[in-house]
Design a protein around this ligand. Structure first.
Ligand SMILES: [Zn+2]
Length: 481
């Protein structure tokens, strides 16, 4: 069936004209073939076989009713041969009114699988039986409004009657298809087909003129991948302060694609680099022997910091109030500010600063909506003024570093939307920007050996390409004479 599908190129929306042409052409070929098979030297020598068959085919292809008088369009020949041709023609027509039609049906409100088949002209009992066959792999009750169903039917093109359902394909999601079709004994069978997804490696590089995100998006990097890029660098870079106009990025990531090349999932970042003014930060993805995935620099040193400095999606957030002594914006006296304030648009995402357990998620006086996470016996972090908590965030819930826990707001004593972020060390609040908490573990032994191989492979494939891209992007100076 795939072959047929390919040949006819049935993409109903975009290829309609092409399809009609192709069908007409195919019908013409079939006619010509049948004619040449059934022809047995009776046709007068003055009429070439090819001419007749082509003419027949052309007429049939236009799906006109059979012309009563085909002699008009034929050259001179005997009565005998005319009647022969007519017999032949009728035979061809009667054998060829069967037509395969492919169509795409969109499930409408009130439709059921059985009613859809009914609309195609199939009787209730047969429709019911087909639905029972399909049920072995897919429950037709799961069809949703707007879902597309591809149907191939055999019809009598003269009477416009359904002869049979050849097959039905339901694709609830990319990479998963349920097909109702006939086996070699012409019995209906239902199949579940899962496409084997393949990895497709992509790369991009470019100049950063605005934000890092815009630069990546401009090179066609999917939004989800851009988000991850920002997240994995959040451990080591303050995008707002350290990334400047003219800096560059490089990225290698993999997509999961179907055999037809449709992207199902934008996948993991294998390599990410930020080429800053006087510093190049490179991160390589590595899965160690325990299956733990982390990002490391070229030497195999973990880039994941124990706690985030700015645990939020909005990396442009500026510090609106640092840690330490300050004049209180509401009380107007000198007080100690026990955290860092990051001004950010309302509902910007707030992430857990590190792995841990939520110990508080409640309205907490001046803090407004407040979350506290305990990371270990020494460290906790706290988040204030949230507009709301993320779904499922409540005391006792375990969270991972970088997991969404809530949204920026201005609840409690606050003058505008911002995140108030505290790091608590042994019961005392400390400056989140200067803590020297342990970093992740560095690779060693066998893991390090394997990691070096990963790095070497990536370098071999991409270093030259990225360098060439950079040359292209860099405006060349006028040569001096
Ligand atoms: Zn604050």
């Amino acid at each position: 069936m795939n072959l047929l599908k390919k040949y006819f190129n049935f993409d109903l929306n975009t290829q309609k004209n092409h399809k009609i042409m192709t069908v007409a052409y195919a019908v013409a070929i079939i006619f010509a073939f049948v004619v040449s098979l059934s022809n047995n030297n009776d046709v007068s020598a003055s009429v070439s076989r090819n001419d007749i068959s082509r003419q027949l085919a052309e007429e049939a292809a236009l799906t006109a009713d059979i012309s009563e008088d085909i002699s008009e369009s034929s050259p001179v020949y005997s009565d005998n041969s005319i009647s022969n041709i007519r017999n032949l023609f009728e035979k061809v027509i009667s054998e060829s009114v069967e037509k395969i039609v492919e169509q795409e049906i969109i499930v409408q409100k009130g439709d059921s699988f059985i009613s859809i088949l009914g609309d195609l002209g199939l009787g209730y009992n047969e429709s019911y039986q087909l639905s029972q066959v399909l049920k072995k792999v897919y429950n037709p009750a799961n069809l949703r409004i707007g879902q597309k169903i591809a149907v191939t039917t055999k019809i009598n093109s003269h009477k416009h009657e359904l002869l049979s359902i050849e097959n039905i394909t339901i694709e609830p999601k990319i990479g998963l298809r349920y097909i109702l079709t006939k086996n070699e004994k012409a019995q209906y069978v239902a199949l579940e087909i899962k496409d084997e997804l393949m990895d497709e490696i992509n790369s991009a590089s470019g100049v950063i003129n605005g934000t890092v995100s815009t630069a990546l998006r401009a090179q066609g990097v999917p939004a989800a991948v851009v988000n991850d890029f920002v997240k994995i660098f959040a451990y080591s870079v303050d995008f707002r302060r350290e990334v400047r106009k003219g800096d560059r990025f490089e990225i290698v990531f993999e997509n999961k694609i179907t055999p037809e090349g449709k992207v199902v999932k934008s996948g993991d970042i294998l390599y990410a680099a930020l080429k800053l003014r006087n510093n190049k930060l490179e991160l390589y993805r590595f899965e160690d022997a325990n299956g733990t995935v982390s990002y490391y620099n070229e030497k195999g040193q973990a880039m994941k910091k124990f706690l985030h400095r700015k645990p939020m999606s909005y990396q442009q957030a500026r510090i609106s109030s640092p840690f330490g002594k300050r004049r209180h914006p509401i009380h107007k006296d000198i007080r100690i500010h026990w955290g860092v304030d990051y001004a950010a648009p309302k509902n910007s995402l707030i992430y857990a600063g590190g792995d841990g357990v939520v110990v508080a998620a409640k309205y907490n006086g001046g803090y407004g909506n407040y979350i506290k996470i305990k990371h270990n016996s020494e460290y906790s972090t706290a988040y204030g003024h949230m507009n709301k908590f993320a779904k499922g965030i409540k005391p006792g819930v375990r969270v991972k570093q970088g997991q969404l826990i809530g949204y920026v707001g201005s609840t409690g004593r606050s003058t505008g939307p911002h995140l108030h972020y505290e790091v608590i060390y042994k019961g005392r609040r400390v400056n989140p920007l200067t803590i020297k908490a342990a970093t992740g573990e560095n690779l060693k032994g066998n893991n390090l050996k394997k990691f070096k191989k990963v790095v070497a492979d990536l370098k071999q494939t991409y270093t030259k390409m990225f360098a060439e891209n950079e040359e292209k992007d860099t405006p060349t100076k006028l040569s001096q004479r």
